[in-house]
Design a protein around this ligand. Structure first.
Ligand code: SF4
Length: 254
């Protein structure tokens, strides 16, 4: 069993609590227009490399004195749930924690064995209802990802996305919820209200709001997102709305 890995960052302090080794998988079931890792979306790439569990453990052990755990990001880690269960079992034996940065588009029941083995999830919220189709499963980018359409058919309704978050919250498996703010794709206050309704009972869960920026985005994505990049004053406005809601643990990334 092997895992397609696009890159490994030995030390990261933005992928969950503490210093962590971040492993970015190749392949995603979404196709977010604003994706800053769009090179990780195709299921295969000449820039990715297959790793066995033993090879990844060697990388992780090299960082052992300096890290608190590992975070699997991507791409979408949950596509590789069977591999990750086995990897996490081994990593736990080293006394390290295992996190997943997930997009929320997965079948909860099939993932239960992985959920049990995962310490915490960092969970992305990407909008609601039709905005998911427009933003995450848009085919305006062509056939970059053949899984996008299937995912859209399965998860293109708001309930699935938020239901998975709710179930993970109940199991105390969420460390942070991330929301990339951009304009023109959704009713922002409605999205914020939905997130607040879920997080209000979990004051320790961090709500991280990120202003979408243009840096590193490929030209074709920039074109499709024209007019959607929030200015600092747009962001200030949404910050005020969020602050007034009463989220207990909150962080804004400009
Ligand atoms: S979920 Fe979206 S933002 Fe994350 S890697 Fe996939 S396409 Fe990119």
């Amino acid at each position: 069993m092997n895992l397609p890995v696009h890159r490994i960052i030995p030390f990261s302090n933005v992928e969950g609590i503490g210093n962590r080794t971040s492993i970015f998988v190749q392949g995603c079931n979404s196709n977010c227009l604003y994706c800053h890792n769009s090179e990780t979306i195709p299921m295969t790439s000449k820039d990715s490399k297959l790793y066995s569990i033993e090879e990844l453990l060697d990388v992780i052990k090299n960082q052992m004195p300096f890290i608190r755990g590992i975070t699997i990001s991507g791409g979408e880690p949950t596509l590789y749930h069977e591999f990750l269960i086995e990897l996490f079992k081994e990593v736990h034996k080293l006394g390290l924690t295992c996190y997943i940065d997930a997009n929320g588009f997965f079948d909860y029941e099939s993932l239960l064995p992985l959920i049990d083995e995962t310490d915490k999830f960092l969970f992305d919220i990407k909008g609601l209802g039709q905005s998911l189709n427009d933003l995450c499963f848009s085919d305006s980018l062509g056939n970059i990802n053949h899984l996008a359409k299937n995912a859209s058919n399965r998860f293109g309704v708001e309930d699935e996305h938020l239901k998975n978050l709710e179930l993970l919250l109940k199991r105390k498996k969420i460390e942070e919820v991330r929301f990339v703010y951009l304009k023109n794709f959704y009713d922002t206050s409605k999205v914020i209200d939905e997130i607040y309704n879920l997080l209000r009972q979990y004051p320790d869960v961090l709500f991280k709001v990120i202003r979408m920026h243009t840096r590193g985005l490929p030209k074709e994505r920039l074109k499709l997102l024209k007019g959607s990049f929030p200015s600092t004053s747009d962001f200030d406005e949404i910050k005020s709305y969020i602050e007034a809601k009463g989220f207990k643990t909150l962080k804004f990334i400009e």
